[in-house]
Design a protein around this ligand. Structure first.
Ligand code: GLY
Length: 426
């Protein structure tokens, strides 16, 4: 079987590793891929938003199955283009990817179907938003409606901050058209948990839980990033929380999408907040999390292609999704200065130390080959160093040990990924 993966980050590297482990797969392509993915797949220089070129490539190379890793092409309708060409593709259609593509849509959906989430209002006029914010309780959350590279969420502690946020999102259009509509949401407190799931339009299978660390610096200080590290499972995601979410959040979301005539096939990522009033949905994503995939997929026992195919064919009810009874921790090695300004092009060393070690993974996020064929840094997040262990403490120790193996000139990482593990007595 020939498989094409669309994307170029650590998430796509983790997907590629899962696909490569399937005995059903003979050949993997990745568009555009990166220097790490190139060890598993033939990288193809086609951008993720070049839908027609990607579909033509899949047709001409007799690709049997395409996996879309990234949010932008999904929200832009790549799956519809592939399906129109009769190509088998994993991911939600445009009409369903709106679950991630529009925060106003997802909030309205949750309200209509009584899925627990924070109270909210939505605005298309800055003046109306400001009038509302004048009397609103602080802190408050402002969210640009559309995709904004994970950066369109502002937490404001005072009216002055909220006023500046409205200007940034709605007037200055810092996030482009994503800010044409803005959601203003009640600020929730609690622990965040990421829960990924496979969905086939009607059935949902939940993957093992994870927790991301979004801030750039230790102690959850600094700016929001795409994610500086993860661990799985989350000790805070108890059986009780799981039972509640299955009843009030997971299946109700799938049923709501179907009832709206937008059946969802692919991965739904539930960003949850475990509040004093019970779990609530912070956000939905329509794809694997990054770096959540880097700790969840290495723990999955099933053949990834079998599960994804079952999603596409509406046969997920026949799948018994299983995870190893172990744990994983991923520490992101970033370029110092990320997420603002950072230098790239530095040689990456020590990668061979990961070879042949089954508990260790070095997922590439921002790497490429230079003209001489050496692997160099090419992004803010460079590598996702993952280790599995019997429990979270062991996985954490191993992951941090392995962060010393790989090097580049401006290497930066957080040193407290998974510190919550100790807090939870693990
Ligand atoms: N780690 C958060 C995300 O993938 O959006």
């Amino acid at each position: 079987m020939k498989v094409l993966i669309v994307g170029s980050g650590g998430r796509e590297h983790a997907i590629a590793a899962g696909v490569a482990a399937s005995p059903r797969v003979d050949k993997i392509y990745c568009a555009p891929g990166n220097a790490g993915i190139a060890s598993l797949a033939e990288c193809v220089p086609i951008g993720p938003m070049e839908f027609d070129r990607l579909a033509a490539f899949a047709r001409e190379n007799e690709v049997d199955f395409t996996i879309i890793g990234m949010d932008d092409p999904l929200v832009g309708g790549i799956v519809d283009v592939f399906e129109a060409e009769g190509l088998k593709v994993f991911g939600p259609r445009r009409s369903a990817a709106i679950l991630e593509g529009s925060k106003a849509f997802s909030k309205d959906l949750m309200k209509k179907y009584h899925i627990p989430t924070a109270a909210y209002e939505k605005f298309t006029s800055p003046a109306d938003a400001l009038a509302y914010l004048k009397t609103a309780e602080m802190p408050i959350v402002l969210k640009a409606d559309g995709l904004a590279l994970g950066k369109g969420v502002l937490i404001c502690s005072t009216y002055a901050e909220a006023e500046a946020g409205v200007k940034e999102i709605m007037e200055d259009k810092k996030f482009g058209a994503a800010g044409d509509t803005m959601v203003v949401e009640q600020y929730m407190t609690g622990r965040e948990v990421s829960v990924l799931s496979f969905v086939d339009g009607k059935t949902i299978r939940i993957m093992s839980s994870a927790q991301d660390h979004k801030r750039a610096k230790d102690g959850n200080e600094g700016l929001n990033t795409g994610g500086m590290g993860t661990f799985s499972p989350s000790p805070f995601y108890t059986d009780e929380v799981d039972a509640y979410c299955r009843k009030y959040i997971y299946q109700p979301t799938v049923d709501a999408m179907a009832a709206e005539g937008r059946p969802f096939k692919g991965v739904i990522f539930f960003g949850l907040m475990l509040t004093e009033d019970g779990p609530k949905v912070l956000e939905y994503n329509a794809r694997f999390g990054d770096p959540e995939a880097q700790v969840v997929l290495p723990r999955m026992k099933n053949d990834l292609i079998d599960v994804m195919e079952a999603c596409v064919e509406g046969k997920l009810d026949e799948v018994d999704l299983q995870f190893e009874d172990n744990a994983a921790v991923c520490v992101v090695l970033a370029s110092d200065g990320y997420p603002v300004a950072y230098e790239k092009g530095y040689p990456v060393t020590g990668l061979e130390a990961f070879e042949g070690k089954k508990d260790y993974f070095c997922f590439h996020a921002g790497t490429k080959f230079d003209d001489a064929g050496n692997i160099v840094t090419s992004g803010g997040r460079v590598l996702g160093v993952t280790a599995t262990g019997r429990d979270l403490a062991e996985a954490r120790e191993k992951a941090y040990q392995a962060t010393e193996w790989a090097g580049f000139a401006n290497k930066y990482m957080r040193h407290d990924i998974g510190s919550a593990i100790a807090e939870a007595g693990q």
